[in-house]
Ligand binder design. Structure first.
Ligand code: BMA
Length: 828
């Protein structure tokens, strides 16, 4: 018998006190060696660990991994079941995340074939288990092998433009679509168990999901809620359900769900951050048989809230508004993709850290994009605690999907598990059927490219309707009270009228030929994607390249750029804004400034366009590997310029700037918060030598979603559009003071100036792992970027404009302290 672990959710009153986590071996498909495979992790990771394959992120090593998909791989585990375990009602093998086609055999009997990485597989195996030693075998068929025959015989191939294999079968396969290749990801089609497999013992009932659904909240704040337990098999006996909050009730399951409806007076509601508290109720549930035997018990945390989507005709076109507890909310955030190309490497603490970073960036919403996988509970729990609304896509992206009965049944089983699990979190705000599938079919030339016409085209369209307009919404309604929309975006980019209707993914600059300024002008009603690529910082580059490869022409840099548009698009816009870079290091820095500029002008355009525009989510928050992409936080947790700047653009009470024509600056005070409060604004104007030229202050009563133009011309005489620095200080509704500096210089000003800036360690608290770096600048510098060879440092601020004098950067670090020599800087 291999290692024993206590599973986190111990099934109550099992005779077998501990659930067993299985340890695996895998037979090398070519050499036939038997390799240790641990509790979980892909074949690819096992071969890396063994030393047979190198780090796939490095250089062009990705190319060394393709052969793995041409073989079947066999895993095996031997485990012991003792006699007492057989006294339990159920002995169950639970496979939470099998990637993906695997024939499973227990003691040589076929248990089943797993066909979906997005749902757990559970097999009740008591009758198949032996007293003593047992053996389980899993034979994995990579998707390409599994579908090859069907693919070769098919009349037409479903469009899957991101799948880089010649046998492009991503849409037929229920596993993370980005692993087939994406424009920000290498292809890494993992094979194996992405989470530990365990043998669990339980008695009486087997619970799959526990869920609390808010059905209504009236004006007196009386809420009606449903408490639900989803069971594997229906239970026809009466059961006693004890709840710490709601007392005892005798109930029976119907269609596999035990449900009780309750009311809460004076409910304390859950609100997104910035709009109220994130109240969470804690309950304890116990289920017993009528003669008092406890068969299940669990702690339950839930929130009371209602969200809805309003998507109706209005004066501008068709709106797209998220309402929370009956109030419209302006949504600010970004699109989240998986945190690694290897899902088995992502731990709960990584998910939590990510959500903490979103909160630190002043997000109130995150969109879980449909080409990845459904996040674990730890992600949603952190969103519940930190007040981040979740827009949850179903896992379909940028391809056309089958609609035959087998495929629909496969998806049905996936979503019957995922909908109640995900919707039980109060932070979850809206479900969306897919990413860009509808616009892809209409506008991406699929019919011509994949030769799909007539009856075939009708079939593709009918499959879309069955999946996204029938099956998924029916299940969302059955298992949740969440709003649902079949796709995002509802409107394509391109024609002027598109921007007036529904959700928008604005790709006119990156995928079209629009000028950069259009980010500020082409504003959808809800902007669920828009963005621009940049390169990650030097320490990240060094993780995949050597300095002699630091050029856009090197094979390694080309290999890491997965967008068909290529690195030239970054170079083109960086050159237009800042002029040609002097060297590659400067180009990296300018690429980040260009990206940040693009998103920043979009965000102020979007926020100031309220109420016509009700949301802004930039593409993309994070990365699955180290490469130039649209991310604002790189694979090693380094914030790019974009993340520092968007944090300021997303403040609930913010000062934003517009530049309607070059070198003409307009400042706005804007507030999203529900409180009406008096905002005190103070500003100072300096020349570039640091001499104060003017200052002034004013008070303004701000109500929710109000914005006010700050007329510098009136308040500060003729400095309005001069080459000066404007420093603002203002108060939030809680009385906190915020600051933001703006420079009114041409954007590329001073790029080639002399550099006599100096940095030194000002203080260092090694116990708290905090350090302050002093930066002494002799002349006015812009976008001063302090960086380090050590990855993942948290700077209080960065990419800031500095007047001559001393400035201080506060840094938090993990592990070893960075040395002074590890730091460097860039500025304009
Ligand atoms: C949208 C996204 C992603 C893609 C991005 C950049 O289509 O949904 O599929 O990575 O644009 O091209």
């Amino acid at each position: 018998m291999k290692k024993l672990f206590i599973a986190s959710q111990l099934i109550f009153s099992s005779v077998m006190a501990q659930d067993q986590v299985l340890n695996w071996t895998v037979e090398h498909a070519v050499t036939k060696e038997v390799l240790d495979a641990g509790t979980h992790g892909s074949v690819q990771e096992i071969l890396i660990k063994k030393g047979e394959l190198p780090d796939p992120f490095y250089g062009k090593n990705e190319e060394k991994f393709g052969w793995i998909e041409n073989h079947t791989w066999e895993f095996e585990s031997t485990f012991t079941v003792d006699d007492t375990s057989f006294q339990n009602d159920f002995l169950e093998l639970i496979f939470p995340f099998v990637d993906v086609y695997a024939e499973l055999y227990l003691n040589d009997s076929l248990l089943g074939v797993t066909q979906n990485a997005f749902r757990p597989y559970r097999f009740e195996v008591k009758s198949l288990l032996k007293h003593g030693e047992n053996k389980i075998r899993a034979k994995f068929y990579p998707p390409v092998l599994f579908h090859k025959e069907m693919y070769e015989k098919a009349n037409y191939h479903l469009p899957a433009p991101n799948d880089v294999h010649e046998i492009a079968i991503a849409p037929y396969t229920r596993k993370p679509q980005y692993q087939f290749g994406w424009d920000w990801s290498l292809r890494m089609n993992t094979i194996g168990f992405m989470k530990p497999v365990s043998l669990n013992a339980s008695n009486g009932i087997r619970v799959v999901n526990k869920n609390v659904v808010t059905r209504s909240i009236d004006e007196q704040l009386t809420a009606t809620i449903d408490l639900e337990l989803h069971l594997i098999e229906n239970q026809t006996e009466d059961l006693i359900w004890k709840s710490k909050l709601f007392g005892e009730s005798v109930l029976r399951a119907e269609k596999g769900v035990i449900r009780r409806s309750e009311t809460i007076d004076k409910a304390q509601l859950w609100w997104p951050r910035g709009h109220g508290d994130q109240h969470l109720y804690n309950d304890e549930w116990t289920i017993s048989t009528i003669d008092g035997k406890v068969i299940y018990s669990s702690d339950v945390r839930f929130g009371i809230k209602q969200s809805k989507l309003i998507n109706e005709k209005d004066q501008w076109g068709t709106n797209y508004e998220i309402w929370f507890n009956n109030k419209p909310i302006f949504c600010k955030g970004g699109d989240y993709i998986p945190q690694d190309v290897f899902p088995a490497r992502v731990k709960d603490e990584d998910l939590r850290k990510m959500v903490e970073q979103l909160a630190a960036t002043n997000f109130n919403m995150v969109r879980v994009w449909g080409g990845g996988y459904y996040p674990d509970d730890a992600f949603f729990e952190a969103c519940d605690e930190l007040g981040i609304m979740v827009w949850q896509d179903f896992m379909f992206a940028c391809a056309m999907y089958p609609g035959n009965p087998d495929f629909l049944l496969n998806v049905q089983e996936e979503i019957e598990y995922q909908i109640p699990r995900i919707a039980s979190h109060p932070s979850v705000t809206i479900f969306n059927g897919n990413n860009e599938v509808s616009v892809a079919w209409k506008y991406w030339g699929f019919q011509v490219r994949y030769n799909i016409y007539g009856k075939d085209a009708d079939e593709v369209q009918a499959s879309y309707d069955r999946l996204f307009k029938e099956l998924i919404p029916t299940k969302v309604n059955q298992f949740s009270a969440q709003p649902y929309i079949h796709t995002s975006p509802l409107s394509h980019w391109g024609k002027d009228e598109f921007y007036d209707n529904g959700s928008q993914h604005y790709w006119g600059v990156w995928h079209g030929k629009d000028p950069m300024e259009d980010f500020a002008k082409k504003i959808g009603r809800f902007n669920a994607e828009y963005g621009f690529q940049s390169f990650p910082e030097y320490s990240t580059l060094l993780n995949f390249s050597t300095k002699d490869q630091w050029s856009l022409q090197s094979d390694v840099m080309k290999h890491h750029q997965k967008s068909y548009v290529g690195n030239l698009m970054i170079e083109k816009h960086a050159n237009l804004l800042y002029g040609k870079a002097e060297n590659f290091e400067q180009f990296i820095y300018l690429s980040q400034l260009t990206q940040s500029h693009a998103v920043s002008i979009a965000v102020s355009g979007h926020r100031l366009n309220f109420p016509r525009c009700m949301g802004t989510l930039y593409w993309q928050v994070n990365d699955v590997w180290s490469a130039p992409t649209w991310s604002s936080i790189d694979y090693y947790w380094n914030w790019k310029a974009l993340n520092y700047h968007v944090k300021k653009d997303y403040e609930d009470v913010a000062i934003l700037r517009k530049e309607p024509t070059p070198n003409q600056f307009e400042y706005y005070l804007i507030s999203d918060v529900p409180q009406t409060f008096t905002c005190k604004v103070h500003f100072e104007i300096f020349d570039l030598k640091g001499k104060k030229l003017a200052e002034n202050h004013f008070k303004k009563v701000m109500s929710q979603n109000e914005n006010m133009k700050i007329c510098l011309g009136e308040l500060a005489g003729n400095y309005a559009n001069q080459n000066v620095v404007v420093k603002f200080k203002w108060t939030t509704a809680e009385g906190k003071e915020l600051t933001r500096d703006f420079s009114q210089l041409p954007i590329a000003y001073n790029k080639a100036g002399n550099d006599d800036s100096k940095i030194s360690i000002h203080c260092h608290d090694s116990a708290r792992k905090e350090m302050t770096i002093k930066v002494d600048v002799k002349r006015y510098v812009r976008n001063f970027w302090l960086f380090s060879e050590k990855a993942g440092l948290q700077f209080d601020d960065n990419f800031v404009d500095l007047l001559p004098g001393d400035h201080f950067f506060k840094i938090k670090y993990e592990g070893e302290a960075p040395s002074l020599e590890s730091f460097g800087f860039q500025h304009l």
